[in-house]
Design a protein around this ligand. Sequence first.
Ligand SMILES: Cc1cc2nc3c(=O)[nH]c(=O)nc-3n(C[C@H](O)[C@H](O)[C@H](O)COP(=O)(O)OP(=O)(O)OC[C@H]3O[C@@H](n4cnc5c(N)ncnc54)[C@H](O)[C@@H]3O)c2cc1C
Length: 461
Amino acid sequence: MRLFWHQRDLRTRDVVGLSVAARDDTVLPVYVYDADAFGPVGRRHYGFQMRGVRALKERYRELGSDLIVRSGDTATELASLADAVDADAVYYGEHYRPSRRDRQQAVEEQFAGTDVDTEPRTDLVLVDPGRLDASYSTHSQFYGDWERSPKATPYAEPDPDALASVDDGTTVPVPNVDIDLPDAGSAAARERFDEFLDTGIYSYNDTRDDLARAVETPTQAVSRLSPYLAAGMIGIREVWAGASDRYDAVYGRERKNINKYRYELSWREHNYHLLAHNPGLGERNYTTFPNEIAWRDDEAGFEAWTRGETGYPLVDAGMRQLEAEGYIHNRPRQVVASFLTKHLLVDWRRGARQFLEKLVDHDYASNYGNWQWTASTGTDSVDVRIFDPVSQMAKYDAEATYVKSYVPELRDVTADAIVDWPTLTDAKRADLAPDYPDPIVGRNHGYERAQRVFEEALGKR
Ligand SMILES: Cc1cc2nc3c(=O)[nH]c(=O)nc-3n(C[C@H](O)[C@H](O)[C@H](O)COP(=O)(O)OP(=O)(O)OC[C@H]3O[C@@H](n4cnc5c(N)ncnc54)[C@H](O)[C@@H]3O)c2cc1C
């Protein structure tokens, strides 16, 4: 008998360790609810995960088995279960988040010197971080090596005969959350992906930044797969294979569109690679600066940003989408993060914590990796990148479709005036939309101040 310890891989298909363990022995699947694991995680993500555990349990029951759910200290619970069923090995997928690494280490220590083997497997990524160099300073350097590396193909769901015939009466607790969550579980994930493969991937590159389309057909403009990938409800090999099969079957523009989708997955891989080699990614600047970055202590600005009341329409729409849905489209995600860390000069760690609190798709590596990239403390090839929220809106939401859908105070204002909002006169703004705030920082003032502060930190002034 072997145990398979599920962590953030809430599915039965394309799970490397589960599939390998089930090849020549019986497997008992187990999930340990460890309160410490969820301590720092936002309630929305936690709620989604626990719904995923429930769906996973149902899937095992359909297969004639069950997911054993225990709560308590993971290493102790696994040891007691291994003892009870006389297991000779514990298989699991390796995770890189520091708290999960600590737990994996505790499990390794628990079984060290016993006759129970531990069998960690690379599952989260297409290319094992250990196969690549430890440090790349930019994404393009990473991408070159990553693209050339072989990618694993999907692993099958275990044969039901290989799963232990058990019955576990535990009810998985699912906490209430303050928003509607997407349907959880691997069936919902697969459905979402199939819809995107049929309707969105062939035009992905052309439309991924089109915010009007993101409002009108949200699951076609982009895949909206991130909550499922973050909770491991779909395997990354399955996603890669699904996109690659379509890629191989077409030519020309459609092929370019699909390749862009595969390229975006490389950012996810890069973030895991960064975290695997830099456990401090969520705490310390990745880049070394000769001087301290003079972050500002701007509580009022931070609060206005969290409420979506900065007077910058695209920023406010993004933050209100986050509040309402636990999700932000990637374009405004970059714009809101840049606005906080550059125009307001608030430390990226505060923004990342706010995202952690609110995102359903919260993913430790991608959240901190992207916050660092946007704050110019990460792997961006440009020394100081500052997104201009006005020109970003002019380019990606010129008709104000996205902004109007999240900022009702601006619904009766023309798109041109919304784009120019931060540069209109106070009188004009009061006349057009008296309930919508004035900008909390000047467009040029914020830009120039950030440029100066970062150049000082870089020793260029
Ligand atoms: C400040 C900031 C914080 C972020 N935090 C997270 C996070 O906590 N969790 C998360 O999954 N993504 C995060 N992202 C990345 C990106 O915004 C989301 O992955 C994407 O918007 C999810 O929507 P989608 O699934 O429709 O993406 P699609 O455009 O359909 O892309 C497909 C998949 O590719 C991956 N991907 C695409 N872009 C990125 C990227 N820049 N970094 C990493 N993976 C990427 C995701 O897994 C995504 O689901 C963050 C980006 C920024 C700028």
